[in-house]
Design a protein. Sequence first.
Length: 286
Amino acid sequence: MKRFLTITVFLTVLLSLAQTTEGRRRVRTRKAVVAKEVIQKSELKGFAPIIFGADSVVMNSPLRTKREMGMTSGTMIYVCMLPDVKVPSMLTIGTCHDFAQVFIDDDYVGPIDGSEHPQTLKLPPVHDGQELKILVGATGRRNLDDFVGISEPLFLTADIDGNELTLTMKRWTILTVPDGYDTASKALSVIASDSIAQPVAQGMPGYYRFQTVFSRSGNIYLNMDNFGRGQVFVNGNPIGYFSNAQPSLALHRRYLKRGFNEVVVLDVTGPRQAVLSAQNHPAVGQ
């Protein structure tokens, strides 16, 4: 009898171990949740450059910070006329605690990251009358740091025939672009919906208006991987800020209506593709 009980206990333990091993095997082989697209239709219906959202401008001014311009968030655009510099030069910014993008006229040259030192960028040769444009975006920022934006000195240095030429930029046109849907709507109202083709708009900082139909059930998370940094409005409602570190935005259905919905994306760096996508769970961690 004792032998029978011993054999029974042994078989029970073996069966339990087998079931546990099988359970672990099932856990290991469980398939990952598949992201499902929840946009049924989306079309880019309008684009406006970010400068169209400017609400104030000062001319022939020294450099001013955001606080000096009465701003606590939003974007600033600094514009300065350039002289002839027939060789490459180095742009040096005194202080920039935000993310800046540098353009010659409308041609993108490169970024200046306010967290890095020194804050310099190599510029190509330029000719008299071209514009140096510096777009400084602090989308979503709310502090009143004196150094938000750009502060002096700002200058160009170039090697000409073995001599170092230094040009200090003193006379600036400064434009302020507030955050908010009212600003986006005003900027987009200037442009006819069919006047800017999608390939032209891609890669440019500005306002992107989409006409979008979402699926009728399930969660909605806007996937902003195609875009850089900025904020989103759905049917006039602010949904949130996005960046490379936070590319996914939850969209509550109370902001939606049947059929077509207006989605406006302010991208202060410009998208890789002006294509909007959404899925049924967050993009982070996939």
